[in-house]
Design a binder for this molecule. Structure first.
Ligand code: SAM
Ligand code: ZN
Length: 407
């Protein structure tokens, strides 16, 4: 297929990612200043930084396909140049069909070209319409997809209802959110509007972002009498991702809603509490450690953010394939797996040490000391300076003071 015939009349180049080669906008041709965000300047969206996001999506789709042990259908309703859907079709085994769609005519043309370029015309269908319209037309039981990957600009919430309706019972829904300013509490009103939960500008705001997105999914799914199980989630660079399987049934929806609640945070002593259901009603809003007034985040998802078995299945897939980013991916998969059982929220030692005017000790040392004192301690993928523990904030602060005195 000729690019002229497809009206691709802007600068392009071929890039290689995973096992595919695709034609993408030549980003350097669309920026005048070095600080400009090239992907959004180009006529078709393509972001090379999201390669890791797509790598992990391929691993998750493969891990999910193996749980079914049959051919699966995948929909990517906001596809840009098509690179993600094309990778699913080429790199995930047992794909029956991938439906790739974008509302932008140029993106559609480019995705169509890329499908032919990769000789995947039989496995991929390319569409050019509004994502909600497309998903709504796949809401009938026999038309639903096994998996849907919603990867938009900003928030995925405008597409949640229709994506939930277009997934079959037990299907996998993957969501990206890049609107970190609302989710991390810089624009709290926007977060409440979009996700129905209040964010908080804390050192663990990236975990809150994932929990707000997962919570919004659980509440939206519950309206359709569907329950959710978050099997994998991560926060990387400038975005968060949630992968959840959906189970039909009012009881399943009720079970998910039991995982909703609030997090109370003390900005004075770093103490925090996670309160499921309506247990918040019995709280007087004061910190039990220092008596200060606490701040509130939520409602948000307080259940597990990932499933250990699913993480192990993704790790097995990562070993099988040869990805450019394998070192980074393996580190994320291991940390996410380990922290699937960890307490909610994390501490940043630098922040506590800064407040107490202490030098920052090694994270590993503090983890070992906490464990020796009978507490749980986990590293976290959310921050390389972060630590998850069930030790109260004051116990952690005391430990840091003792360590500082010894050194
Ligand atoms: C972040 S980009 C997608 C990137 C792609 N998923 C990837 O992995 O490279 C978001 C895309 O959504 C498309 N889009 C925005 N609103 C849409 C809508 N209502 N329906 C369909 N596509 C839409 C944009 O044209 C853009 O190409
Ligand atoms: Zn306090």
């Amino acid at each position: 297929m000729k690019t002229e015939k497809l009206k691709i009349n802007f600068p392009t180049e071929i890039v290689e990612e995973g096992e595919v080669k695709v034609l993408v906008p030549k980003l350097s041709a669309f920026v005048k200043k070095s600080w400009e965000y090239a992907p959004s300047k180009a006529p078709v969206f393509y972001n090379p930084v999201m390669e890791l996001n797509r790598d992990i999506a391929v691993l998750a789709m493969q891990a999910y396909q193996r749980t079914l042990n049959r051919q699966i259908t995948i929909c990517e309703p906001l596809a840009g140049c098509g690179i993600r859907g094309i990778r699913f079709a080429r790199e995930v085994e047992n794909i029956k069909k991938v439906l790739v769609n974008d509302i932008n005519e140029k993106a559609y043309q480019l995705a169509k070209y890329n499908v032919e370029f990769n000789k995947l015309g039989k496995r991929i269908t390319v569409k050019n319409e509004d994502a909600n319209l497309l998903l709504a037309r796949h809401g009938a039981p026999h038309k639903r997809f096994d998996a849907i990957d919603v990867d938009p600009f900003g928030s995925p919430t405008p597409f949640l209802d229709s994506a939930i309706r277009a997934i079959r019972d037990g299907g996998l829904l993957a969501l990206t959110a890049t609107d970190m300013a609302p989710l991390c509490g810089v624009h709290p009103k926007a977060c409440i509007r979009k996700y129905g939960g209040k964010p908080l500008r804390t050192e663990y705001c990236h975990e809150l972002a994932v929990r707000l997105l997962a919570g919004c999914l659980a509440i939206t799914a519950a309206r359709h009498e569907i329950g959710v199980k978050t099997v994998f989630s991560h926060s990387t660079d400038h975005y968060v991702r949630v992968y959840a399987t959906l189970q039909t049934g009012a009881e399943k929806a009720d079970e998910s809603l039991k995982q909703m609640g609030y997090i109370l945070h003390c900005f004075n002593c770093f103490h925090r509490e996670a309160l499921k259901g309506d247990s918040i009603l019995g709280h007087n809003g004061k910190c039990i450690e220092c008596g200060s007034k606490m701040s509130l985040a939520g409602p948000l998802w307080l259940g597990r953010l990932s499933d250990r078995e699913f993480c192990e299945a993704m790790e097995a897939e990562a070993k099988r394939v040869n990805l450019k980013n394998s070192a980074k991916i393996n580190r994320i998969l291991t940390l996410v797996k380990e922290e699937s059982d960890a307490p909610i929220t994390y501490y940043i030692l630098d922040k506590i040490c800064d407040k107490l005017s202490l030098t920052v000790p090694s994270l590993k040392r503090i983890c070992n000391l906490l464990k020796r004192e009978g507490f749980q301690a986990f590293l976290t993928h959310f921050s390389f300076k972060g630590l998850k523990t069930n030790a109260p904030a004051t116990a952690l602060a005391n430990l840091l003071q003792r360590v500082a005195c010894e050194t």
